[in-house]
Design a protein. Structure first.
Length: 186
């Protein structure tokens, strides 16, 4: 009977081992799929966040360059409120020059044309966002994220331009991409 019991125990052990191997293989496939899904979700979230940062920076660069052009045109040309409106409209409507200037900056930073075109398709230009405040005697122009140039007029003539924020604005600070979060497998 001892031989019979041994055979039964060996058969039971083999059946249990085969069952464990099948269970482990099925769990392995489930864990692998879960890991792939988690990695894809985290990677997609990181890429989306980076794209948002690049889009914001693209618009900030556009606002920054338009603000400088407006300051220059107001300080070197006619210093009237009508000239301000005319200069602002001319600068905003010259979309080709605006795109070329941004593209030149990005090319200088080593960002290739394909990436630039991709950002441009998502971001466009900073349309309708440069003139922040337009009250009688006071106009504020956006020059990037949290940056404003102030034009003060008295009796239709330019009295003062405060572009200190524009001078101190650092475009590099608008491009802060955090490192990806650590991988968490649950």
């Amino acid at each position: 009977m001892d031989k019979k019991k041994m055979k039964i125990l060996v058969v039971v052990d083999v059946v249990i081992l085969v069952a464990l191997i099948v269970v482990l293989k099925s769990l392995q496939g489930g864990y692998e799929e879960q890991a792939k899904r988690t990695v894809n979700e985290q990677e997609s979230a990181y890429l989306e966040k980076n794209t948002q940062v690049l889009v914001e920076q693209w618009r900030s660069v556009d606002q920054y360059s338009m603000a400088w052009k407006l300051v220059y045109s107001m300080l070197s040309g006619a210093k009237t409120e009508a000239a301000f409106k005319s200069n602002l409209a001319a600068i905003e409507n010259d979309k080709d020059a605006r795109f070329k200037q941004i593209s030149h900056l990005y090319t200088g930073a080593g960002i290739n044309d394909a990436v630039q075109n991709s950002i441009y398709e998502k971001a466009g230009l900073a349309e309708g966002s440069i003139l922040v405040k337009n009250e009688k005697g006071s106009k504020e122009v956006a020059c990037g994220k949290d940056c404003v140039v102030k034009f003060t007029f008295a009796k239709g003539k330019l009295k003062n331009v405060d572009y200190s924020a524009l001078v101190q604005y650092n475009l590099a600070n608008s491009l802060k991409i955090e490192k990806p979060a650590e991988y968490h497998f649950e």
